[in-house]
Design a protein around this ligand. Sequence first.
Ligand SMILES: NC(=O)c1ccc[n+]([C@@H]2O[C@H](COP(=O)([O-])OP(=O)(O)OC[C@H]3O[C@@H](n4cnc5c(N)ncnc54)[C@H](O)[C@@H]3O)[C@@H](O)[C@H]2O)c1
Length: 398
Amino acid sequence: MKVLVLGGDGFCGWPCAVNLADAGHDVMIVDNLSRRKIDIDLGVESLTPIATIGDRLKAWEQVGGKRIEFVLLDIAQEYDRLLDLLRVEKPEAVVHFAEQRAAPYSMKSSATKRYTVDNNVNGTHNLLAAIVESGLDIHIVHLGTMGVYGYGSHRGATIPEGYLTVEVPQADGSRFTERILHPTDPGSVYHMTKTLDQLLFFYYNKNDGIRITDLHQGIVWGTNTSLTEKDPRLTNRFDYDGDYGTVLNRFLMQAAIGYPLTVHGTGGQTRAFIHIRDSVRCVQLAMDNPPTSGEKVKIFNQMTESHRVADLAEKVAALTGAQTNYQANPRKEAIENDLIVDNRCFLELGLQPTTLDDGLLAEVVDVARRWADRCDRSRIPCLSAWTTRQAEAIAARP
Ligand SMILES: NC(=O)c1ccc[n+]([C@@H]2O[C@H](COP(=O)([O-])OP(=O)(O)OC[C@H]3O[C@@H](n4cnc5c(N)ncnc54)[C@H](O)[C@@H]3O)[C@@H](O)[C@H]2O)c1
């Protein structure tokens, strides 16, 4: 199958592109390399040394025996080129990873807020409009986030896969039931763009019948897959800095270099997680099980387990002997929250979850130790504050 992987040079996109090529698909990566440019702007680097996109593709051709094409294109700004690409390539599926994905970066300044909205909302909308204009029947597999449901209190309710069945009271006292999109509760400008994506999908699916699978993904941990481990030039990125590093990978890396684990607030925040290998597998399962013509947007909760941040820190400390440092929280968020998630769709399709207890935590610590000398310790703290109040609390950190 011909597949375009938008954002295929990124952390989730690269191992996914390689996996789809390995599975026999005809893969083309479309990326504007903005993530690499943001690294330069922020003055940070992936902990693991990553090859240029050219070297990655050369390595994959040598190791994997199949070519992956690459097109340098900004999906948010180059609509006409995107449309031409669809018309020429006629992909059967487009996997869409091409968004600014860091919540702290999205809250850094008004410039990064505006960039995140402009990039993410325009990119997704351009893709939808271009598919309609091309007249092609293309299945979109989009990477959304569990954060669209919000991390407030769900009062012990299980978060369903995208849709909620509600009872609506009528004036005459009767009630009818309706299946609606689960209400959204974004916790950052980044998360807000993902909730807007969800509405765009709802509309274009209803109006134009576009077939869409929206994957509400948890926080991804780990770094490599069995394929990206095959050659150093295929190595995946490992973000550890305060803007782009995600919580579990940050803890594992901090433990590896003897830096006290940076728990924000009480650590009572509960989040959903998935290992990079399962993320890659889920995208493949979603592609292999597309919605039928006329079917509503399919929404899958792409996560395998939930944990409280303080419990994660404890787990990492038990494994490595690391100290924990509770710090003022840069985010405006609930002190603690519950998170019970229905993820049956992927389990029923055959996903066998990789969990924190599968020994892979130690593997990530090993990767981090190997590259410890590349770490700039001054970039570890998260300094992007959600509000002035949080900024003051960060400034007052000892
Ligand atoms: N990493 C996670 O923990 C996580 C969790 C949940 C959801 N997601 C979602 O998965 C997707 C990929 O995340 P990631 O961690 O790989 O991020 P990433 O930043 O590593 O990769 C995103 C890629 O998209 C490219 N890109 C961004 N804007 C583009 C544009 N306008 N045109 C072309 N290319 C563009 C970037 O250059 C980069 O290569 C994102 O949409 C993110 O919201 C990630």
